[in-house]
Each structure stands twice: as C-alpha cells, then as structure tokens.
Design a protein. Sequence first.
Length: 129
Amino acid sequence: MRALPQSLVSRAELLSRSHDLQVVAAILGLHPSQMTAMKKRGWKEAISGRPVRELPDDFIYFSNRLTFSELGAHYQAGNSTIQRWFREARNTRPSRQGEALRNDPETGRRVWQSQMDARKNQSLTEELT
C-alpha cells in the first residue's frame, strides 16, 4: 500500500461528509480499506517507513575500539545503520591513532596499541636511568 499525500486525504475527508466511504473510494480510485484506515487515523497522512534509530551517545567511544561487526553485535544493529552512524559521527569522532588492538608479543594477549607504546616508553626510560 502506497503512502497517500495529505492533499488526497483532505479531499477524501471532504467527500466523505456527503458520500459513503465506498463511493469516495471509487471516486478517488482507492480501496475501501484505505478509506477506513484514513478515517481511523483522523484523516491524517500515514507515516511511511520504519523509525530511524538515533546515534547512541557512546558510539564515538566504541567506534574507536570495536570492529564494524563488533559494533553491530554490541548495538544489535544492521550494517546500514552502523554505516549511517559513522557518517553522522564523522565530524565528531576523534582520531583513531593509537587505538588499535594488537597482539602483544610478550604476553600473547590482545591489548591496545597505546598500552603497548606506553610500556615500551616505560622500559626505555628505565634502561636510560
């Protein structure tokens, strides 16, 4: 069923004041069930499409730390939603520099690159002193 413009809905309302709903449906070339639905809505235009999920407050934080698929699983959102959120957050997102997960050669565990760099800097300063 296609969404009808408000002008057609208003015309149907005016016609329904003097004619039966089935007659109005025939005049406008609509199905009688569409006329009933318009009447139940109070002669207002139907809202078409799904509601759009808003950008979460913590998305910018997690977008720097999780992969694309992990973000989808975390927020229970599809790929197109995650892509739209990235577009919306593009100007507010901090740099990704130093925020990558890497395998630590010493421990074999996955840690943030910035943590590995800090540990290297600490070991270098200890060697110099």
